[in-house]
Design a protein around this ligand. Structure first.
Ligand code: URP
Ligand code: ZN
Ligand code: ZN
Length: 450
């Protein structure tokens, strides 16, 4: 099947211009103005943008969290992603303490297989750094699972000490993988939580007060120093604090391969949200103030932050509300569907940078480029025909995520996908899902050259 997308404005991280896009089967074969080749289907993209399918490298689908499970599985989560213009995700497989990394990957492959409507890869959350696990990290890099999330928070569950972190970083320095760091000082949080609870403070605002910005920035600083001593690259996930952006910017100015991700919730919401029905907004790190938001936007513009991932980890209102104190509420928010529209509507990034942070840079950093993340001959035909003028109102009543609330309820956004293609197959048309749950493929990812 050949599809010709005519008369659109093609946007890549490198530039914007009027061009047609010819797709043959699963692949883009030509990008040029005035293509005259014959096609089985011609799509008129007049007055619309043609952008690469979004790449969201931070999702938690079907993830157990205490006795709860994140509300979207690989079917509902990837359909919602597609509806928002995202065609690739990289989800986190979680190592059980004492279990192997391969077992975690097998479990997550089973969760995704037959359900995912878009393409997907996996990172592994490493909860236990043993000599066997370090060997497994080398093996997984060779199998296309090249990135490993470590936690500096959640003592007794996921938190690793500096020795374990340093060992994992040393492994990635030579195996071509990369550590993704959850940078929060878990010991300080534990003490601040103990004190808050002892004083009878259980309300959601305490979540932010017990995780002040320096909790994040100190951990980021330490992680950056450990990575530098190990000679390893480092990706810091879900950056929320201005001080953390400063740490990443300073490391990058020294020429270190340190990368930062922020998320829509930190760009569009503030800690004022904890005042009213605040449990809904409990996520880690917590929401911050307007000053932090401004620093994040500035960081995205200045390439001090490279990506916007979602950290999509939704829990129903019943789950969010059934706990007596802030520190028991499962953390996370629902954003997999709204990431691209929120960012586009804000209008704060040039179009090329919008494409870079939502598709190209995540594809590059996570070994998927140029198959994913761009519009070029030879790339997968993952394309979004984006109507910059179409308004949409965000609401849990109409979104496709399987959760009964949205952090952005009632927001009117300008800009939405008209049509989404995954490897040349139409998966969204006229505002409706037209794909197949199960058509998504596992993506082995390329390792970083060492
Ligand atoms: O609160 C959050 N962010 N939950 C998801 C897990 C994580 O730390 O990314
Ligand atoms: Zn995290
Ligand atoms: Zn996360």
């Amino acid at each position: 099947m050949r599809i010709l997308i005519r008369n659109g404005v093609v946007v890549t991280a490198e530039g914007t211009g009027a061009a047609d896009v010819l797709v043959d089967g699963e692949t883009i074969v030509q990008v040029a103005p005035g293509i005259t080749a014959s096609a089985d289907r011609v799509v008129d993209a007049t007055a619309r943008l043609v952008i690469p399918g979004g790449v969201d490298v931070h999702t938690h689908l079907d993830m157990p969290y205490g006795d709860a499970v994140s509300a979207d599985d690989f079917a509902s989560g990837t359909i919602a992603a597609a509806m928002g213009g995202t065609t690739t995700i990289v989800d986190f497989a979680v190592q059980d303490r004492g279990g192997t990394l391969h077992a975690a990957v097998q479990t997550w492959k089973a969760k995704a297989s037959g359900k995912a409507a878009i393409d997907y890869g996996f990172h592994v959350i490493v909860s236990d750094v043993t000599p066997a696990v370090l060997r497994e990290m080398d093996e997984l890099v060779n199998e296309g699972i090249t990135t490993f999330k470590l936690f500096m928070a959640y003592p007794g569950r996921l938190m690793l000490d500096d020795a374990a972190i340093f060992r994992a970083l040393l492994a990635t320095a030579t195996n071509g993988g990369m550590v993704m760091m959850h940078a929060e000082n878990g010991s300080v949080i534990e003490v601040l939580q103990e004190r808050a609870l002892a004083a009878g403070h259980t309300e959601p605002m305490q979540h932010a007060l017990t995780r002040p910005p320096l909790v994040e920035a100190e951990a980021a600083h330490r992680a950056i120093a450990l990575a530098e001593m190990a000679g390893a690259p480092l990706y810091i996930v879900h950056v929320s604090a201005a001080e953390t952006v400063d740490e990443i910017a300073a490391a990058r100015a020294r020429g270190r391969p340190v990368f930062g991700e922020t998320c829509p919730q930190y760009l569009f919401l503030t800690d004022a949200a904890y005042q009213q029905d605040g449990a809904r907004f409990i996520m880690s790190p917590p929401l911050r103030d307007e000053r932090a938001q401004e620093r994040l936007w500035r960081g995205l513009l200045a390439d001090q932050l490279q990506t916007v991932g979602t950290d999509h980890c939704p829990f129903t209102l019943a789950e969010k509300h059934r706990h007596a104190a802030f520190n028991q509420v499962p953390g996370g928010a629902a954003t997999i569907e709204t990431r691209m529209a929120l960012l586009f509507d804000a209008g704060r990034l040039p179009l090329e940078r919008f494409v870079a942070v939502t598709a190209t840079e995540p594809a590059r950093l996570f070994g998927l480029y140029p198959k994913k993340g761009t519009i070029a001959p030879g790339s997968d035909a993952d394309l979004v025909i984006w109507d910059a003028e179409r308004a949409q109102t965000i609401s849990a009543a109409t979104h496709h995520m399987r959760v009964d609330h949205s952090p952005y309820e009632g927001r009117v956004l300008k800009g939405a996908p008209d049509m989404v293609l995954l490897r040349g197959q139409l998966i969204v048309e006229h505002g409706a899902f037209a794909g197949v749950a199960g058509a998504g493929r596992f993506l082995p990812r390329a390792r970083r050259p060492v």
